[in-house]
Design a protein around this ligand. Structure first.
Ligand code: CMC
Length: 392
């Protein structure tokens, strides 16, 4: 045990070799399978990027059509899952509902539990996950609203179908705005993978015990939920709204974030790996301007965000610690403009991250990686004798 190297938070420990995502934190580079994130966000679409992440290459037209068709075919979910959904109170956070429904797939598809699962079984599980997560996500929202759940519309593309399941009401006509569907598609691409972050490491470590892919992804959703990870997008908007309510005094909040006796942190700022800028944040900031402009939305919170960013980037505390806006800083502003409620933001992150989790689970399995089992340095008491209760 003298040989154990302590590295809390795994700040310098590599847990795996991976051929999926390249990230250079100093230069602000992010690539999926060698393709720059800027190019993919501009030219590709979410299902194509998903295929790329999971299977390693951009699909041919035929491969793409087959992948997209299979996903579309599986968007419906077993009716009994509705009963599970109905059991959740309307105050349930949609992330908890989402991870529970994904985990329930282990019960509906028990062959996924077999450690000797075939490639065919895995392929089908991947399609089911991609197909059903949007249905569950929209249903989690509907449950919260007390609205009837909408069934998928397989005549629509991935993002349009999701928006329709979210917002259509039986009594009203609903048309998906293509600007909204396109904006959502871009956000999902930007979230699709980010190498060995907290939720992805969770997916790999759960999967390393040969647990079902559904159980592994469900665990990833729970890891993503926390405010230091995917939950930050919800916290950012809550913070910006609080600043607005408080008269828009950004300096006051900047000072709070710098005060070591105050637990408050500037949400959406800082990153374990990016120390110059987060390339996703750059794209998202521009997209926020674009989308709000196109939709004619004027959100005062966007102005506060820009003011806060400007102030932080010129503040010695943030400069010294290399703290820059991360992916979560502006994404919530776009989600709001698309009509997505705040407590669904992290669910949107999960929709985007799903193909990354799947690709990482698949890679871990194909590499025959051993079970994840970190060591520790014991700091508890030495051996002592048991004292019976009467003598304590
Ligand atoms: N506001 C104020 N101070 C900060 C912040 C912040 N947002 N982030 C880091 N610091 C300070 C921190 O107090 C520490 O200062 P000192 O050296 O004086 O003790 C220094 O910067 C280094 O921070 P750290 O906590 O050691 O860095 P980390 O790599 O462990 O944490 C982080 C990274 C992202 C958890 C952290 O920056 C943070 O809490 N940010 C706010 C939450 C957030 O936006 N999370 C989203 C991350 S990106 C996407 C995702 O994963 O979902």
């Amino acid at each position: 045990s003298g040989l154990i190297t302590l590295d809390p938070g795994f700040k310098n420990t590599g847990s795996t070799k991976s051929a999926i995502t390249f990230l250079d934190g100093e230069k602000g580079i992010l690539r999926y399978r060698g393709y720059n994130i800027e190019d993919l966000a501009e030219k590709s679409n979410f299902l194509e990027v998903s295929y790329l992440l999971i299977y390693g290459e951009l699909p041919t037209q035929e491969q793409y059509d087959q992948f997209a068709n299979e996903i579309t075919y599986h968007t419906l979910v077993h009716e009994d899952i509705k009963k599970i959904l109905d059991g959740f109170p309307s105050v349930a956070h949609p992330m908890g509902v989402l991870s529970s429904l994904i985990c329930s797939l282990t019960a509906f598809y028990p062959t996924s539990l077999d450690p000797n699962r075939t490639d065919e079984e895995i392929k089908l599980s991947i399609v089911r996950l991609m197909a059903k997560l949007p249905t569950f996500a929209a249903w989690a929202y509907k449950n919260k609203m007390g609205h009837p759940a909408n069934y998928p519309d397989n005549s629509l593309d991935y993002c349009s179908n999701f928006m329709k399941m979210m917002f259509a009401l039986p009594a009203e006509k609903y048309e998906v705005d293509p600007i909204i569907a396109k904006a959502l598609d871009k956000l999902l691409i930007l979230h699709a993978d980010h190498e060995q972050n907290c939720s992805t490491s969770t997916v790999r470590i759960v999967g390393s015990s040969q647990a079902s892919i559904y159980a592994s992804i469900s665990a990833g959703i729970n890891a993503l939920w926390g405010p230091l990870h995917g939950g930050a997008n919800q916290s950012v908007i809550e913070m910006l709204e609080a600043i607005k309510e408080d008269g828009g005094d950004t300096k006051k909040y900047l000072d709070k974030a710098k005060d070591k006796n105050d637990p408050f942190r500037l949400m959406g700022f800082g990153h374990r790996v990016y120390k110059n800028f987060d390339p996703r944040a750059k794209i998202i900031k521009k997209a926020a301007d674009d989308v709000l402009g196109k939709l004619g939305v004027n959100d005062p919170v966007l102005e506060i965000a820009k003011e806060l960013e400007e102030a932080a980037l010129n503040d010695q505390y943030f400069v010294d610690r290399k703290l820059y806006p991360n992916v979560d800083f502006y994404s919530g502003i776009i989600y709001r403009a698309l009509g997505i409620p705040t407590d669904m933001f992290t669910v949107m992150f999960a929709l985007g991250r799903l193909p990354g989790w799947i690709a990482q689970w698949k890679e871990m399995r194909e590499n025959n990686e051993p079970i994840g089992r970190p060591r520790q340095v014991y700091t508890g008491p030495n051996e002592r004798s048991y004292v019976s209760m009467g003598d304590r």
